[in-house]
Write a protein that binds this ligand. Structure first.
Ligand code: NAD
Length: 245
């Protein structure tokens, strides 16, 4: 579905991002995995030996426009084009308002929102020149409902939805589609550390009766990245088993 295309996946070293990168590779794309450190990027690349010729790693500071532009240009130089940007890197916390520091709030907003802006700007500049592209952002179900602690995280995901909708309208004339995927509770490293009893309780509250798997989210990314979604822009696609909170 993505043969000949080139994608950058931020936060692609593990969890949902790694599954997006692998799914894109399986569907014929060249992929650049962006992580925070060379070591974690190298570890992710080691798990994809069969795609050695179509995958590379980058590790710019995602909030630094010059570093991001340089890394994205390196991807374009290696694969000759840039068609898809997956803004997936994100961090969360559940600190109560009374204990929340300005530093923690800024740390969440920097990676979850500012980095999405910086990376989208760098990618859009390249895509516009080439005649189009696709940007997909990882939102969250809490970007619709909020959450009862850790206010910075849901706030950041509401912002991601706003950025998605706004950039979709602004960039449509440049043939760049911009969408988001809003996962529900998804079985990544973070969830794997929870006791089984808690996993069962969370799953029982989800109408489809189970947590999301990273591949459930990656498949939504695949659809939005592909030409099957050529008339879809500005949406936040919920992939949460109809979970409500
Ligand atoms: P994860 O912690 O397994 O992966 C996070 C990724 O972000 C990693 O690849 C990590 O290297 C990268 N990252 C962290 N800090 C970074 C930094 N400073 N610079 C660059 N990269 C950095 O988490 P995940 O569950 O796979 O989450 C991926 C995305 O999905 C996030 O945006 C998260 O908010 C969203 N999400 C996850 C869930 C869930 O239940 N797992 C639910 C809704 C939304």
């Amino acid at each position: 579905m993505l043969a000949g295309k080139t994608a950058i996946v931020t936060g692609g070293t593990r969890g949902i991002g790694f599954s997006i990168a692998k799914t894109f590779l399986e569907n014929g794309a060249n992929v650049a995995i962006a992580g925070s450190r060379k070591e974690s990027v190298d570890k992710a690349l080691e798990k994809l030996p069969e795609y050695r010729n179509r995958v590379m790693g980058i590790w710019p500071d995602l909030c630094d426009p010059a570093a991001v532009a340089e890394a994205f240009t390196a991807v374009q130089d290696r694969f000759g084009r840039l068609d898809i940007l997956a803004n997936n890197a994100g961090i969360s916390s559940r600190t109560s308002l009374y204990d929340y520091t300005v530093e923690e709030f800024s740390r969440i907003m920097d990676l979850n929102v500012k980095a999405v802006f910086v990376c989208s700007q760098a990618a859009a500049r390249i895509m516009k020149e080439a005649g189009g592209g696709v940007i997909i952002n990882t939102s969250s179900m809490v970007g619709e409902y909020g959450q009862p602690s850790g206010c910075g995280y849901p706030t950041s995901k509401f912002a991601v939805n706003g950025l998605t909708r706004s950039l979709a309208r602004e960039l449509a004339k440049d043939k760049i589609r911009v969408n988001a995927v809003a996962p529900g509770v998804t079985r990544t490293d973070m969830v794997a550390a929870l006791p089984q009893e808690m996993v069962d309780r969370i799953s029982a509250g989800i109408p489809l009766g189970r947590m999301g798997e990273p591949l459930d989210i990656a498949n939504a990314y695949l659809y939005l990245a592909s030409d099957l979604a050529s008339y879809v822009t500005g949406v936040t696609l919920r992939v949460d088993g109809a979970a409500m909170t």
